[in-house]
Design a protein around this ligand. Structure first.
Ligand SMILES: N[C@@H](CCC(=O)N[C@@H](CS)C(=O)NCC(=O)O)C(=O)O
Length: 217
């Protein structure tokens, strides 16, 4: 039985969970958090940075959410569609996966970490810089969607885009008047059954969002 170490409120756990839900793969969720120090100990021991998600397939440890998705696509016939069959299209999807991790989710994390470090007075300069970088990423994504149209689901790109756009919109709302395609794509992603399941699983933990979760979604 595959074991996925993660937490339902963690964006990178969602990213790895989406293929499990999309393809009804059997697995055990090993929860992270103060009530489960034994799971934390495994993550600390088996990963280079002590970060989750971590997938254990028997003794094999697979980490980095993208690495987990690559592994599932390699191991399970039903998961091959997580990557386009055409190698050039697959390379494009992998490039866009980097865009979401490095220029969307990373900037969300800068805002979250500013709040975590000093909850009473988060560094406003750090937050403003992260929001500015996010706005730039939104503009790029809007132009990309205009050029290419909404991508097919469910691929690595779905797994990367859904959680990062979900949380990015909480940190810097995606204005429909400026980025209508991006706002519409976010809504369409959240309506996909495997993503909707992640949203629901995470709902009880919203009070934990350091900058404060909005009353929507
Ligand atoms: N590059 C990693 C990022 C994983 C990551 O940042 N995970 C967060 C949870 S969403 C984490 O482990 N946070 C706890 C920590 O940093 O100690 C991936 O793609 O899986």
């Amino acid at each position: 039985m595959l074991q996925l170490f993660g937490h339902p409120f963690s964006s990178y756990t969602w990213k790895a969970l989406i293929p499990f839900y999309a393809h009804a793969l059997p697995f055990t969720l090993r929860m992270l958090g103060p009530d489960h120090p034994e799971n934390q100990a495994v993550v600390q021991e088996r990963t280079p940075a002590g970060k989750f998600p971590l997938l254990l397939d028997g003794e094999r440890a697979v980490f980095e959410a993208t690495g987990i998705i690559e592994y599932l696509a390699a191991m399970r016939a039903e998961c091959r569609t997580l990557f386009p069959a055409d190698p050039v299209d697959a390379a494009h999807v992998r490039m866009l996966d980097r865009v979401f991790d490095n220029y969307v989710m990373a900037n969300v994390m800068h805002v979250v970490q500013a709040h975590l470090r000093t909850p009473a007075s988060p560094d406003q300069a750090e937050i403003a810089a992260a929001r500015q970088a996010l706005a730039r990423a939104y503009r790029w994504l809007e132009a990309w969607l205009k050029a290419e149209g909404e991508p097919e689901s469910v691929t690595l790109l779905t797994c990367a885009a859904a959680p990062s756009l979900f949380y990015a919109d909480w940190v810097l709302p995606i204005a429909a008047e400026h980025c209508p395609r991006l706002a519409a794509w976010r809504a369409a992603l959240l309506a996909l059954p495997p993503v909707a399941r992640c949203v629901e699983d995470a709902r009880p933990y919203r009070p934990l969002f350091p900058p404060g979760a909005p009353d929507r979604d």
